[in-house]
Write a protein that binds this ligand. Sequence first.
Ligand SMILES: Cc1cc2nc3c(=O)[nH]c(=O)nc-3n(C[C@H](O)[C@H](O)[C@H](O)COP(=O)(O)OP(=O)(O)OC[C@H]3O[C@@H](n4cnc5c(N)ncnc54)[C@H](O)[C@@H]3O)c2cc1C
Length: 451
Amino acid sequence: MSHAANLQAILGDGATLITDPDITASYSHDQAPFAEHQPPFAVLLAKSAAEISIALKYANEHRISVVTRGAGSGLAGGANASNQSLVISLEKMNQIINIDQVNRIARVQAGVINLDLDNAVKEFGLAYLPDPASRDWSTLGGNAATNAGGMCCVKYGVTSAHVRAMQVVLASGEIIELGKETKKSVTTYDLLHLFVGSEGTLGIITELSLNLEFRPSPPATLIATFPSIEKAAAASTALLKLHPSMLEIIDQTTLRAVEAWHPLGFEVSGAVLIMQMDENKNLGDEALKICKDFTMIDGVFSEDPADTADLIRVRKLAYPALERMGATLLDDVALPISKIAEFVESVESLSKESGLVIGIFGHAGDGNMHPTIVHDHGDGVAAAKAKDVFEKIVAIAQSLGGTASGEHGIGTIKAHLIDDEISPTVMQLQRDVKRVFDPLNILNPGKKFLT
Ligand SMILES: Cc1cc2nc3c(=O)[nH]c(=O)nc-3n(C[C@H](O)[C@H](O)[C@H](O)COP(=O)(O)OP(=O)(O)OC[C@H]3O[C@@H](n4cnc5c(N)ncnc54)[C@H](O)[C@@H]3O)c2cc1C
């Protein structure tokens, strides 16, 4: 019997195991544009940790590679399959199990969509804060597995700061609990956070206990233009003392792309900063003064929630405006905030050398930048050049003390790019950790780092 037939037999008739190639093809890849993938031999739409446990035990015994999938919104090829692999999708495990208002914690199945949790806790005056731009379709399990970030993370921290406990199915099929629902816990080594950002290589997260916060009040918004990205970046560092809940930077190339599509009436000769504050809203004058000290050309600060959407529109349009210009490759690197201007300068030189448009925008408050390379649709030579530029951008970030990924993850597209920033000893420790949890290397092999 085939592996698919065996799996169906041991899982029982109630299990949804898909082998129809038309459907398995749609589970073969995430949103990364150039990562390799093939349709998996089967897709299990898991309904419980128990089903996942049975499937993993079988896969481990037969050395079958297993790719865990949330919503497939990833940008690193982390959920990409091969024709030898079994995909386990968590999309059906989408129940919010419990909302504990007193301890401000929610227990969820890993397939719950990020925004669904936030919407569900609104009525209690609570919020689930980590806000990847994909929050209306990415899963909380996927967010934990990639340690997703977002705009409000400058103040509230990335996903790891919001995970208190989780249930995991190990490669062996054993189901374990990591962490505690208490606010503090130092009893053992922190295996919980080892799983946050592990990109499906150590185990399958099936449930999560997540922090809820009191819902912040609607933010005040500042938008300011500067003659250069250097000045905007320097101003952003100074603005951090006001505890912004968002602090974004947009370069001139991106600004021009937005302006060409939806004229916003901005001075496009420099760069733009957008800041939001959900506290200290009386500090608008101080914020504008800081910006003036850094040669702000023009600036607006508004406490009126009705203005918010208008003022942050330029940031929301940044990526779609670049996408209108051609095929895009969205990069993701993190660097010390003091190095943003130097980074942008080097990427601008790379753009001139390569002849490719590169728009740069990102989370200035935490140094997480998203240079986006644009090339002509259907032009194979330009696509290859763009891929080369994508890798050179990582090298620039690394040379400035930065890292290959700030929030999108390594997946397959950057697994060969990390050796330059990690010592051989640490890489060996990483491989040793992988071996402890997944001795036969069945979980997402070839992802995160080269084994
Ligand atoms: C338009 C757009 C905007 C985006 N904006 C952001 C952003 O602002 N910030 C950001 O951080 N990311 C962003 N992303 C990237 C992506 O949405 C995140 O990485 C997200 O966390 C992935 O969640 P997912 O459920 O889609 O996971 P998938 O894409 O399905 O999987 C991602 C990785 O996690 C693993 N995985 C998934 N679920 C589990 C699980 N339950 N247990 C173990 N491993 C698992 C997979 O194997 C894979 O390696 C964006 C993507 C798009 C397309």
